[in-house]
Write a protein that binds this ligand. Structure first.
Ligand SMILES: [Cu+2]
Length: 217
């Protein structure tokens, strides 16, 4: 919604980020001038803490999509955290809850919307090149690693990087793209390294943990 003639900063913001009321739609059109890993979210930060956000991936121009640009596997891991009212720490109390919008003390941690053990594994075959695009849409930084594998950081925030590492600290809103050769068959944890983030309301195992699983191929 646009309020003309008002100098208030918040109202001017609404001119750039339209309020889309229930039942309404709004079409954004823009030039995707930069390839890379991005995200979109509601302009209201407290709608984003309740889930109005997602991944936005821009691939290189078609003419530049060569074999060395496209990995065999290309995964997105979208990191979020939630504050959900629970009677006490250390247990999960099943039920239907609305996340607390201020989200100052998150007690649930998800990868692509699920906490371990409900997270979706990443699959690969021996010898494949695997890319993982980590997107941190949360208010904390998250230190992530892939057990059993070193990796190359190939992009941060859509900008090219080229260095080896095995654990990366992803600040709030950052996107880190890593690539590695699947050269160590097995079933490996892929997880955030902070203890409480590996739990569901303090109950382990849980939280931002998933698995890298080698298939027989
Ligand atoms: Cu770990």
């Amino acid at each position: 919604m646009y309020y003309s003639g008002d100098r208030d900063r918040n109202i001017r913001l609404q001119r750039y980020y339209p309020q889309i009321e229930p039942g309404e739609s709004y079409t954004y059109r823009f030039l995707a001038w930069q390839s890379g890993t991005f995200l979109y979210h509601s302009a209201d930060p407290f709608q984003a803490t309740r889930g109005l956000t997602g991944a936005f991936i821009v691939l290189p121009e078609r003419s530049k999509l060569t074999r060395d640009v496209i990995p065999d596997r290309d995964y997105v891991i979208f990191i979020q955290e939630w504050q959900i009212k629970q009677p006490e720490l250390g247990e999960v109390f099943p039920g239907c809850y609305t996340p607390i919008k201020f989200n100052r003390q998150p007690n649930f941690f998800t990868l692509n919307g699920k906490s371990f053990p409900a997270t979706t594994p990443l699959y690969t075959c021996l010898g494949e090149r695997v890319r993982i695009r980590f997107i941190n849409k949360s208010s904390n930084s998250h230190s992530m690693h892939v057990h059993g594998h070193d990796f190359r950081v190939v992009e941060v925030d859509g900008f090219t990087r080229n260095f080896m590492d095995d654990t990366i600290n992803i600040a709030s809103a950052q996107r880190w793209d890593i690539e590695f050769c699947a050269n160590n068959p097995g079933c490996w944890p892929v997880n955030g390294t902070k203890a409480f983030h590996q739990s569901n309301n303090g109950k382990t195992p849980g939280g931002m943990t998933t698995a890298l699983i080698y298939l027989r191929c």
